[in-house]
Design a binder for this molecule. Structure first.
Ligand code: NDP
Ligand code: MG
Length: 388
């Protein structure tokens, strides 16, 4: 039986890569739903290419309601969420409610509402399989090590993941080490970063991604979001999550076990690899995507991150440590500030200044539901907007 797949954010960078993986695996997958937000022409073209799939444009009047209804009706076995930003949270919830597994690229889902989402995932007995390359690496490293150590059945592994906690990892997992390219300003001083343009910030050295995440990579907010994402996804305290700069983006992340060994996952920097792994999971399927080539010289460098030059990374650690609404507010303020930077309204360093300013009040309330999260998101944006 073919796996039924929904692709949300199909016109984006992740969405296109996902459709390429699905097209290469037509015998394995049936595409049931496509969505985009404003890009109706591109969605219509995809609709012609994939006539069996429903297509929803969420940005037109009533579009968001149609998207939720389509997610509920899709019958998808797995929903790949490639929507950018906070707008991806509620579609993730809708898919989980509908009993679909989630191939999660939209890291905001876990950053904004990690505890609530993981609880819902457990209740609905679905799985979150990360697509973010770092988390995909860690997920597969943990899964492979777990298999080797305890030889659980697939079902047990699934339930381990669906509880969201790597409960059996506590005894042997010592540390998660997330790699970061360092972005285009890796070697710039704060002074030099003051006047950088959006064009410079959009020139990522190793990855070709959507605009928002590319700016986040330049400021290292992306790694900050990923620290929060990892804390929830793998149920580990942030002290056990390290970040290391690795400019080549070939080692996608590492884990350290209590015996001191460090295990790494490597591939060429191509998001189709983690998407392939997520869509075929739990199978390990052959792929004709390019292989990492050791026939030519290959150098891998690692440096510690500089929290002074990249304060958004330090702010993320603080936000996840404080919990409550802090992670949601971190995301909202940063997202609003990045949009203002891209629109030429503020400078690059204002992104971290404004995010820090918005975080600098009491956001410690523990949200009871998604509505409380969306309200904090709204308030944080209003507060940020006043500073632009
Ligand atoms: P893009 O900007 O390239 O694509 C975003 C997609 O989401 C588009 O299809 C867009 O539709 C749709 N969209 C935009 N706004 C909304 C909205 N308000 N409601 C519903 N849909 C919307 O983003 P990326 O593909 O780069 O990133 C997507 C997600 O994946 C982000 O959360 C990002 O952090 C994460 N991610 C991305 C990686 C990458 O390599 N790009 C790597 C790891 C994670 P339209 O085209 O109509 O505007
Ligand atoms: Mg990533």
């Amino acid at each position: 039986m073919k796996k039924r797949v929904a692709v949300l954010g199909a016109t984006g960078s992740i969405g296109k890569s996902a459709l390429d993986v699905i097209a290469r695996g037509k015998d394995h997958f049936e595409l049931v739903l496509l969505s985009s937000h404003r890009n109706g022409d591109a969605l219509a073209a995809l609709g012609r290419q994939w006539p069996g799939a429903a297509a929803v444009l969420s940005g037109e009047t009533g579009g968001r309601e149609r998207l939720f209804a389509a997610i509920a009706d899709s019958g998808a076995d797995i929903t790949l969420n490639g929507i950018s930003g906070a707008a991806g949270l509620e579609p993730s919830i809708a898919a989980i409610e509908a009993g679909s597994d989630i191939a999660l690229a939209n890291k905001e889902t876990l950053v904004m509402a990690g505890p609530l989402v993981m609880q819902l995932v457990a209740e609905k007995k679905v799985n979150i399989i990360p697509v973010d390359s770092e988390h995909s690496a860690v997920f597969n490293l943990i899964e492979n090590l777990t298999t080797n150590q305890h030889q659980p059945t697939r079902t047990e592994e699934r339930s381990l993941q669906s509880t969201g906690s790597c409960s059996s990892c506590g005894s042997w997992l010592n540390e998660i080490i997330l790699t970061a390219s360092g972005g285009p300003f890796r070697e710039r001083s704060l002074k030099e970063m003051e006047n950088v343009t959006a064009k410079e910030a959009l020139a990522h050295p190793t990855w070709n991604m959507g605009a928002k995440i590319t700016i986040d990579s330049a400021s290292m907010a992306n790694k900050g979001l990923e620290v929060i994402e990892a804390a929830h996804l793998f149920n580990v305290p942030s002290e056990k999550i390290k970040v290391v700069i690795h400019p080549q983006s070939i080692v996608h992340s590492m884990i350290r076990t209590k015996d001191g060994a460090v295990y790494a996952q490597l591939s060429r920097p191509d998001m189709r690899h983690p998407i392939h792994a997520a869509l075929y999971w739990p199978a390990v399927a052959a792929t004709d995507l390019g292989r990492l080539d050791f026939d030519t010289a290959l150098s891998l460098d690692f440096f510690p991150p500089d929290m002074e030059r990249f304060p958004l990374l330090a702010l993320a650690y603080e936000a996840v440590r404080k919990g409550g609404l802090y992670p949601c507010v971190y995301n909202a303020a940063n997202e609003a500030a990045v949009a203002a930077f891209l629109a030429g309204r503020i400078g690059f360093l204002d992104i971290s200044r404004i995010t820090g300013y918005v975080l600098d009040r009491d956001w410690s309330t523990k949200p009871d539901d998604i509505a409380a999260i969306m309200e904090a998101d709204r308030q944080a944006r209003i507060m940020a907007e006043k500073e632009f």
